[in-house]
Write a protein that binds this ligand. Structure first.
Ligand code: NCD
Length: 339
């Protein structure tokens, strides 16, 4: 394992992640994937540590994946259910976090419908002088770093299963299609894919893909390089010769107005199907972070086609990647008498 070169205490955003950090995550996840292929899939790495999953918003994949990852590392886990918690009695989020701190929590994995909550809790943990690490499991429309890291791991494993590494993404064309406006997954993926050298093509109706998304490519343009980021308000140019297509869910719960005519019309213009993939490279693979609206952003047949769909690999990679993240931020605390 390569934790000795890891210096980050919290994982809130990928905006300032370096290629070296992506490589550490990929390498560490690969070694945990090997652990997960053994008959006994558990290691004692985080024995005696407490990982609290504080999910203030619904989740199936991310919450269970973090929970399984923590258990595979032998940590003790606490799971917070907002509906049956003291939040309903008026307790603030910061007081809830301080309660988990008082119980000896070492790592807080936080999902919240408002952007900035994981950051606020991380600051509070530092203010009170604790050693707690905070991992953002999705905050509003801001970021979802562990999803983008598991997406990167899944892509790199397709390109080289034996040695997944960031440089494999250099020059690869990745199309991200769907509700980009509301997507924290798209935002985190933009940081990771651009930093690792991919060419990213975003495609959506104009109401779901505003111009401000160009700003992700701006730092490279300012440095004199061609922007690796392209915006399209139709599907074909984004799919032409693409190596990978990442589809995104229409996030109806975040839509405050009608942003496209009908779901049928949306599927006709932007839904990914076998037929549409003819524009891509013959080796193309399709991703989706889930949950999926079957037959809307992606056809049911394509979703279930194991030759083309990486959706179940994304879910299984998620456990190895989240083990890597918990290990990297959790094992930095050696020397505190607990390791
Ligand atoms: C994503 C999320 O919650 O942002 N899902 C996930 O974590 N697997 C995407 C989504 O909800 O559409």
């Amino acid at each position: 394992m390569v934790a000795s070169t890891w210096t980050r205490r919290h994982i809130i955003s990928l905006a300032d992640f370096t290629i070296a950090e992506y490589d550490i995550v990929l390498q560490t996840a690969a070694s945990f994937q090997e652990v997960l292929s053994r008959p006994t899939k558990k290691v004692p790495t985080l024995q005696g540590r407490v990982v609290a999953n504080l999910f203030f918003e619904p989740s199936t994949r991310t919450r269970n994946s973090f929970e399984l990852a923590a258990k595979r590392l032998s940590a003790d886990t606490l799971t917070f259910a907002p509906g049956s918690s003291s939040l309903t009695k008026g307790e603030t989020i910061l007081d809830t976090a301080l309660t988990y701190l008082a119980m000896g929590t070492d790592i807080m994995v936080i999902r919240h419908q408002h952007a900035g909550v994981p950051q606020a809790i991380a600051q509070e943990m530092e203010r009170v002088g604790s050693q707690v690490s905070v991992l953002n499991a999705g905050d509003g429309q801001h970021e979802h770093p562990s999803q983008a890291l598991l997406d990167l791991f899944t892509l790199c494993c397709v390109l080289d299963p034996d040695q997944p590494r960031a440089s494999l993404m250099q020059g690869k064309k990745v199309a991200i299609v769907g509700d980009i406006l509301h997507s924290r997954v798209a935002r985190s993926n933009l940081w990771s894919l651009i930093t690792c050298g991919a060419e990213v093509h975003l495609a959506a109706p104009p109401t779901l893909l505003p111009e401000f998304f160009r700003s992700w490519g701006a730092p490279l343009e300012e440095a004199g390089a061609r922007s690796p980021l392209h915006l399209h308000w139709s599907l074909e140019p984004a799919l032409a010769d693409a190596d990978f297509v990442m589809t995104l869910r229409l996030q109806k719960e975040r839509m405050t107005q009608y942003l496209f005519p009908t779901l049928r019309e949306y599927h006709r213009s932007f839904g990914i199907t076998h037929d549409r993939l003819k524009h891509c490279k013959s080796t193309v693979k399709v991703l989706h972070p889930g949950p999926v609206n079957r037959g809307i952003e992606i056809s049911s047949e394509l979703m279930d086609d194991p030759r083309l769909s990486l959706i179940s690999q994304q879910v299984s990679s998620g456990v190895a990647v989240r083990m890597a993240l918990l290990y990297l931020i959790g094992s930095g605390k050696v020397g505190d008498g607990k390791s």
